[in-house]
Design a protein around this ligand. Structure first.
Ligand SMILES: Cc1ncc(COP(=O)(O)O)c(C=O)c1O
Length: 377
């Protein structure tokens, strides 16, 4: 039996999104920039999708720039602020997604300094430590709303208020917050927010950058001037339709009982397990844990053979053999960080999945310990 428990990597598309994608592709085949009926039909889908997303996340429709996903949204925001910067500093959390950390380090050159603020041992970067790192030279602050590995919710609102009062540009990567924690662009009063459709049951390859009115964007791929000259390239019409249709379809907070039961059983069966971010506010569908002495990748492969899809460390960097930068930043040592497994529940998951996964984990662990010549508990 196949069980999918990796919804933070990507959430399987919801029916409403699939239907909207098919309908848009079939019924609005035109290019939204074309003036004929087919183009106008496609334009309507893009405009409606923009209005729906804006209403859902609390911003003006004009703030929405559709992109190919969260990665591109982060890159556009970062390039827009830093491409012409000659000096100053950028303050970000040390647990940002690579879609923030990589463009920052690529653009850095000798021009500006990047200050990475570490989380506490629970995976939360305090507002005080972010604020303490901000100086008169700070040109950009990047703070994710929810960490993709641990699910830890970050105190973005307080940092946003501080930045606003000083006119410092702020980017919030909210890719893992959409559908999982409360989110309102206008209330946060920030400059940029990145979103992605496939984390909420929408199609892959579509997302959005929300932009404060008046902020100038630097186009990464100059061309036909779509999205009001902010992001060129023919709009992904079916993708946008699917993104809009997916909004609000999944309430990830409803997975708390399954996640909690999973963790309780795991603790009962393997008392040495360490649940990450257990003592801080975190999203209800996510469980990141360390099984001391085990290799997370090997466990993942064992579980895969048994039909379970889970992640070890960051799903976005699976395939790489590097320890999770998030766990390292939390002060976990390299060997221990490699013993981590992430389970992220979503639609279709039941208590039975939680029970079966605990059993499979215990069995895989026993087998691996047996192979290593260790006595089982
Ligand atoms: C926090 C965070 N930011 C950005 C991304 C990248 O989003 P996308 O896959 O839409 O490019 C991800 C994907 O895992 C993520 O978790």
């Amino acid at each position: 039996m196949k069980r999918y428990l990796d919804c933070n990597a990507t959430c399987p598309p919801v029916q409403a999104a699939l239907e909207a994608v098919a309908k848009a592709a079939l019924e609005a085949p035109g290019n939204p920039s074309s003036l004929h009926w087919a183009g106008r039909a496609a334009r309507r889908i893009v405009d409606d999708g923009r209005d729906q997303l804006a209403a859902f996340v609390g911003c003006e429709s004009g703030s929405v720039v559709f992109t190919s996903g969260g990665t591109e949204a982060n890159n556009i925001a970062i390039h827009s602020v830093l491409a012409s910067l000659q000096s100053g500093s950028v303050v970000c959390t040390a647990i940002e997604h690579p879609a923030v950390l990589k463009p920052l380090s690529q653009l850095k050159g000798d021009c500006f300094e990047i200050i990475q603020v570490r989380p506490n041992s629970d995976g939360m970067v305090s507002a005080e430590s972010m604020i303490a790192a901000i100086t008169d030279d700070t040109r950009l602050v990047c703070m994710m709303m929810v960490n993709n590995e641990s699910g830890a919710i970050q105190p973005v609102q307080e940092v946003a208020a501080f930045c606003r009062a000083r006119g410092i540009t702020m980017l919030v990567d909210a890719v893992q917050a959409l559908g999982k924690s409360s989110l309102n662009f206008q209330q946060l009063d920030i400059d940029f927010m990145s979103l992605s459709a496939h984390k909420i049951g929408g199609p892959k390859g579509v997302g959005a950058l929300l932009v404060r009115r008046g902020m100038k964007l630097h186009e990464l791929t100059p061309g036909g001037g779509q999205e009001r000259k902010r992001r060129s390239g023919t709009e992904n019409v079916p993708g946008i339709a699917g993104f809009a249709a997916a909004l609000g379809q999944i309430d990830f907070t409803t997975f708390a009982p399954i996640r909690d039961s999973f963790e309780q059983q795991l603790k009962n069966q393997i008392p040495t397990v360490r649940i990450i971010s257990e003592q801080t506010a975190r999203t209800a569908n996510t469980s990141l844990f360390i099984l001391p002495g085990m290799d997370g990748e090997t466990l993942l492969m064992q579980l895969d053979l048994a039909g379970f899809a889970v992640a070890s460390g960051s799903a976005c960097s699976s395939g790489k053999r590097e320890a999770s930068h998030v766990l390292l930043a939390m002060g976990v040592n390299d060997a221990t960080a490699r013993s981590s497994v992430r389970v992220s529940f979503g639609p279709g998951n039941t208590m039975d999945d939680a029970d079966a996964l605990v059993k499979a984990l215990v069995k895989s662990r026993q087998r691996l310990r047996g192979m290593a010549g260790l006595v089982t508990e």
